[in-house]
Design a protein around this ligand. Structure first.
Ligand SMILES: Cc1cc2nc3c(=O)[nH]c(=O)nc-3n(C[C@H](O)[C@H](O)[C@H](O)COP(=O)(O)OP(=O)(O)OC[C@H]3O[C@@H](n4cnc5c(N)ncnc54)[C@H](O)[C@@H]3O)c2cc1C
Length: 442
């Protein structure tokens, strides 16, 4: 076993005293543990131990592929296997995961626990929709194999359950056959939020992968201007032979001073990005590493936010409220002169099977904010608006939501809690986030 001392941190640099204990033997590692974590790419405190506990089980060394059937794409692997390693292994052989988040530095366990979604949510749903079986260590120490049919309640509560229903030891799911290892992509510029949302909607009707970047600090007529990206796997005749090599990331060498990212610097950067794209659309065949993981090219990019770090507020707003709901949120941010360093908008498809999974039909808006003394008040204001609009937030990104706000936006909570309590009546499995948001014992 290996352990890292001092503090455990989420990607946004919110931290808790404690250490991550790692081993390649997950059965031994999780014996008595209150929480597992993967590569710590959740932004907030979902992978941090509760206040009275000093250790979390770090799964990243348990990364063996246990079975792969090239006839069907069925794969079974240990929960600590990273998406980066899996892609390196199988993309050159014509396989890719059915759903990928915006970074490859996540583990299979983390992908299940957050039930991650990608640019193809509107057609393929979340990662959990492609998972066929899970091996879990539940709170009383037993090892349970569950599927959508066998102990289906536990399976569904674990998919998107943020590690609170059991330690995920193994994941079985289907990889997807891809026609080439490259992405045929297009991007178009949109001068304001209404055009951007209309373009995103049009793109999602025709393309499997869509996402929009919006300038989160431009105001007035330029509110929500941005670039819509869309893509599909290239056919062999359209793509270079072979698979692209993963890029070598450039490291951010040190923490930048706290206020380096402010509305002025971000505004200048965004204006340059918007102008550089040009008026006419762009088309290219590109590496999936660049298309799916643009931020992975800059390792430790969270250091750009200084020592206090960042939080991401990601919500999904129901379609009934239409584009006006997104505009409403952006106007709130503009009125409060929030320093929105990154704003990403996606279309979500139908709600999946995960009892507490984040996505539902509608529009997802994710904004990155540097943490400062005003963050709590800003997140409170955003959450009040999300509740009014009938939306909900994504726990994998959250570090500031109040328990009463979460309850108000989550009518599914009682159902999920009932299953959790059946498998863990004493609430042994918990996290810093579950103490904050669900009122678990510290
Ligand atoms: C740049 C960037 C882009 C991102 N883009 C997206 C995106 O597009 N879509 C999306 O959905 N998410 C996205 N995310 C969030 C990320 O995909 C999730 O937070 C994911 O859960 C992180 O995986 P991890 O292995 O690092 O898990 P961690 O962050 O270590 O843990 C996350 C949660 O999973 C639980 N967990 C981890 N492993 C296990 C296990 N073996 N057993 C039980 N519970 C476990 C933890 O307890 C915790 O609650 C992004 C994150 C970053 C940094």
């Amino acid at each position: 076993m290996r352990s890292d001392a001092a503090t455990v941190a989420g990607w946004g640099r919110v931290s808790a005293p404690g250490r991550e204990v790692r081993s390649d033997d997950l059965v031994r590692l999780t014996d008595g543990a209150v929480l597992s974590r993967g590569l710590g790419r959740s932004y907030g405190d979902s992978s941090l131990p509760p206040p009275a506990v000093r250790e979390v089980a770090g799964t990243a060394l348990a990364d063996r592929v246990l079975a792969f059937d090239p006839a069907t794409g069925r794969l079974r692997a240990e929960a600590g296997l990273s998406l980066h390693a899996l892609t390196g292994m199988l993309l050159p052989r014509g396989w890719f995961v059915p759903v990928t988040p915006g970074t490859a530095f996540v583990t299979l366990g983390g992908m299940v626990a957050a039930d991650v979604h990608g640019k193809n949510h509107h057609v393929d749903g979340c990662f959990g929709a492609h998972v066929e079986a899970l091996r879990l260590r539940v709170a009383d120490g037993r090892i349970v194999d569950c599927t959508p049919e066998r102990d289906g309640d536990l399976f569904r509560a674990t998919v998107g359950g943020m590690g609170l229903t059991g330690h995920i030891l193994e994941v079985a799911f289907r990889m997807q056959r891809v026609p080439s290892a490259w992405i045929e992509s297009e991007s178009v510029r949109a001068a304001g939020i209404d055009v951007l949302l209309a373009e995103l909607e049009r793109s999602s009707a025709a393309w499997p992968f869509t996402v929009a970047w919006a300038d989160g600090v431009a105001g007035g007529a330029r509110l929500g201007r941005g670039i819509v990206h869309r893509g599909r796997w290239a056919e062999p005749g359209e793509a270079p032979a072979g698979a692209p090599a993963p890029p070598r990331p450039v490291r951010v060498p040190c923490d930048l001073p706290g206020r380096t990212l402010n509305r002025t610097t971000v505004g200048l950067f965004n204006a340059a990005l918007y102008r550089r794209h040009g008026r006419s659309g762009r088309r290219e065949v590109q590496s999936p590493y660049r298309f799916f993981y643009p931020l992975d090219r800059l390792a430790d990019w969270n250091r750009l936010y200084g020592r206090r770090g960042l939080t991401q507020h990601q919500c999904v707003l129901p379609p009934e409220r239409g584009p006006a709901a997104v505009r409403d949120l952006l106007e709130l941010l503009a009125r409060r002169r929030a320093c929105v360093c990154l704003c990403v908008i996606k279309n979500c498809g139908n709600e999946g099977a995960g009892t507490l999974s984040f996505p539902r039909r509608g529009t997802s808006v994710a904004i990155d904010l540097p943490i400062d003394d005003g963050t709590q008040a800003l997140v409170d204001a955003l959450n009040e608006r999300v509740i009014d609009l009938g939306g909900r937030i994504y726990l994998a990104k959250d570090a500031f939501t109040r328990a009463e706000h979460f309850r108000a936006m989550e009518p599914r909570l009682d159902c999920w809690t009932a299953v959790r309590r059946r498998w863990d009546p004493e609430l042994r499995l918990r996290s810093a986030q579950s103490v904050r948001i669900l009122g678990d014992p510290a």
